[in-house]
Design a protein around this ligand. Structure first.
Ligand SMILES: O=P(O)(O)O[C@H]1O[C@H](CO)[C@@H](O)[C@H]1O
Ligand SMILES: O=c1cc[nH]c(=O)[nH]1
Length: 287
């Protein structure tokens, strides 16, 4: 088997992976990702014990036990450019032999759950809702750099989406479904829908402060998309990259969104931490 070069797979002198600063034994088979590095401790404070606390840049990791279940919680920072780093490095930690630099014969599949914040684009989804993303729809460019296979169902939904947004120049969306077993278990009873992953927080999510938006009525375009039971429910900045890269690398992923904003009612929560706590407790209870 071909050895990965020192420039392709960068291992630090202490044997840890380049950005995450983690050793293969530092991560559990269940990984919770969060954008905000302060949220890592908000989750690990529920653990019965913590065995690993490491970090570098925005990538903070705590691994510990909740009862008998070993769980890693890891911050990604904001955006799918960071998801590229985190998911390739998490996969390398479990599926590449760091001594030989070769891909292992037996590949491991991680269960990865994002707990993040988000804004809703449907009137009947109020602030405080906890929503599981049935699909991640990427308006960013990450997956245009990977060979990414999609199913017939994903194809037909993506075709309808492309035609709905066809008049917006330079948008080439990609779409991936949530892992169905995680959606059925952890996402059970939660609001569900298509999550749009934007390559920014302001104009790419239809916000206008001082710089003028090139895409008028972006939020109503999202609100009005419909294909059978599928509709766009919310906007954030990582889910599509997580779903697509997880699937490409053979991992299972679910994105759970704490809805802090209603973009159709022009509201933002005054108690965001309470909503995030609710999402954390719901996920930990179901693991
Ligand atoms: O709260 P997190 O997990 O960071 O998620 C959301 O919040 C950030 C923007 O404020 C983006 O990362 C978006 O995806
Ligand atoms: O509106 C929102 C709220 C949280 N995070 C986002 O990316 N958008």
């Amino acid at each position: 088997m071909q050895k990965l070069s020192e420039a392709d797979l960068i291992i630090n002198p202490d044997g840890s992976i380049y950005h995450l600063n983690l050793l293969p034994e530092d991560i559990a088979d269940t990984v919770i990702t969060v954008g905000d590095l302060d949220r890592v401790a908000e989750i690990s404070k529920h653990f019965d014990s913590i065995e690993v606390k490491k970090g570098k840049r925005e990538f903070i990791t705590h691994t510990g036990y909740l009862g008998k279940k070993r769980i890693t919680v890891l911050s990604t920072g904001i955006g799918t450019d960071n998801i590229d780093i985190v998911f390739n490095e998490l996969d390398a930690l479990v599926n590449i032999d760091f001594d030989t630099r070769e891909i292992k014969k037996e590949l491991k599949s991680l269960n990865i759950i994002r707990i993040g914040t988000s804004g809703a684009v449907q009137e009947d989804i109020p602030m405080g809702t906890i929503l599981a993303s049935s699909y991640g729809l990427g308006f960013d460019a990450l997956m245009h750099y990977y060979i990414h296979e999609i199913s017939g169902d994903e194809h037909s939904l993506l075709d309808s989406i492309k035609s709905h947004f066809s008049h917006i120049k330079n948008i080439h969306p990609y779409l991936t479904a949530a892992d169905q077993s995680l959606l059925r278990t952890i996402g059970s009873g939660m609001e569900q829908g298509i999550t749009v992953t934007a390559p920014g927080f302001y104009a790419p999510q239809g916000r206008q402060v001082r710089a003028k938006n090139a895409v008028p009525n972006f939020i109503s375009l999202l609100t009005n998309f419909k294909q059978s039971n599928n509709r766009v429910t919310n906007l954030e900045m990582e889910t599509a990259g997580i779903y697509a890269l997880a699937k490409t690398l053979g991992h299972k992923a679910l994105s759970v969104n704490a809805i802090l904003a209603s973009r159709v009612k022009f509201e933002f929560s005054s108690e965001p931490n309470k909503i995030v706590d609710k999402a954390i407790k719901m996920v930990l209870d179901r693991l």
